[in-house]
Design a protein around this ligand. Structure first.
Ligand code: GTP
Length: 392
């Protein structure tokens, strides 16, 4: 599946930047275009892979390249005021070659959390292809303003996109890591999961024909209907030289041993599917009640079989209670077999329920919060003025 990715704010830009790196490393070809939008000049300068001409600075008249200091309303305002700047960058994309937009943003800050829903709404008015969101929730220890921003942003972002895929930083925090180092690892986990899902729809010319390949329309159908999605993932290293099972190398004539190999392959797949669905999801939730799901099995084609995928798919149907579970394979020459599961339209999500509660409570003490936000912004502009003066 070919995507036009737009990273809004610092987290969004860094994640899209990493998707480009993933594409280079794996040749998956999912990023047709990559754009970064930010109100902080320094954040745009820190990106490695997104071309300079696709880095859009917004809000210059208001915040002079310093960022909006976690002020989510200001983030939304500058996005609205400068939406034409963003559109200019999008105009350079051959959108007829793109299956969907993916707007990526951290929901705890100001620029991305305020701006991403504004951009999604704008894109939906103009284009007929789907507009998806990938929203990152802040850690619960990041402070009240981040939680509140996320609560507000979530409500609008989920309404403006065709589906909001969520990654919760809170469940992925590493202890003993520097914040930056931690994000590097977390971002790699993000691109690996979504890279396999979207990459599955890109298997095409010149690649080995699989038994039941996933195509982009299956991804789009799983995401259609809207709501919130989460992704499960599990992988196991395999030896690329030995084929579907060790035995096949040593027994020339197949027969019973081939059956044994097939059984090993099937068992590996079914256990990976269970691990992926019951292990740590990008957004932890109860999988029961999921509306639609897509199972992708990636790996060297000799390690994939229809029986395993079909069993995994049936098991997912039972666990989720959904009648709409799709499944397929994604043959690729990496020394691992991986199961990625997209659970779309999840309903029982404790973190989201808590955020909704926060949004309701916030109505009661809005003055305190606004003051915290204003102080935050002043502090940031002062800091930036000391540190970033040479840039302007
Ligand atoms: N997964 C991930 N999360 C990040 C990363 N950087 C920041 N975050 C999260 O994103 C939130 C902050 O959003 P940012 O993207 O830094 O903020 P912004 O949108 O640029 O807005 P302002 O800085 O307020 O102008 C925090 O709550 C962090 O949890 C990253 O590289 N990866």
């Amino acid at each position: 599946m070919k995507l036009a990715m737009i990273g809004f704010g610092q987290a969004g830009g860094k994640i899209v930047d990493r998707f480009l790196d993933y594409d280079d490393r794996t040749g998956s070809g999912i990023v047709r275009a990559a754009i970064a939008v930010n109100s902080a000049k320094a954040d745009l300068m820190g990106l490695k892979n997104i071309p300079q001409e696709n880095r859009v600075l917004i809000g210059q008249a208001r915040v002079k390249g310093h960022g909006v200091g976690a002020d989510n309303e200001l983030g939304a305002e500058v996005a609205e005021e400068d939406i034409d700047e963003v559109q200019n960058a999008i105009d350079a994309i051959p959108t007829h070659e793109v299956d969907a937009f993916l707007v990526v943003a951290g929901m705890g800050g100001g620029t991305g959390s305020g701006g991403a829903p504004v951009l999604a709404k704008h894109l939906k008015r103009i284009y007929t292809i789907p507009v998806y969101g990938l929203g990152v929730l802040p850690g619960t220890d990041e402070g009240g303003i981040y939680t509140l921003n996320a609560a507000r942003s979530f409500q609008t972002f989920v309404r403006e996109v065709d589906n909001l895929m969520v990654f919760d930083n809170d469940s992925w925090r590493q202890t003993g890591e520097s914040v930056e180092g931690g994000y590097e690892q977390i971002n790699e986990e993000i691109v690996r999961r979504f890279g396999i899902l979207f990459g599955a729809g890109e298997v095409g010319d010149g690649q080995e024909v699989a038994e039941s390949v996933v195509d982009s329309s299956e991804i789009i159908n799983t995401l259609s209907g809207g709501g919130v999605s989460t992704v499960g993932f599990a992988s196991e290293e395999v030896d690329m030289n030995t084929g579907g099972g060790l035995l096949s190398r040593f027994t020339g004539d197949g027969g019973g041993d081939d059956n044994l190999d097939a059984a090993n392959t099937t068992n590996r797949i079914t256990s990976l599917v269970r691990k992926a669905a019951l292990g740590r999801l990008t957004l932890p939730c109860e999988i029961e009640g999921t509306e639609r799901a897509l199972l992708v099995l990636a790996g060297p084609s000799e390690y994939l079989n229809r029986k395993g995928i079909e069993r995994g798919r049936k098991w997912l149907e039972e666990e989720t209670g959904s009648m709409e579970v799709r499944g397929g394979d994604y043959p690729r020459e990496e020394p691992e077999v991986a199961a990625a599961i997209l659970l779309s339209g999840v309903t029982n999500v404790p973190r989201i329920k808590r955020l909704q509660q926060v949004a309701i409570e916030a109505q009661d003490n809005i003055d305190d919060i606004q003051q915290e936000s204003e102080e935050n912004l002043e502090e940031l502009v002062e800091d930036d003025e000391d540190e970033l003066e040479p840039l302007f």
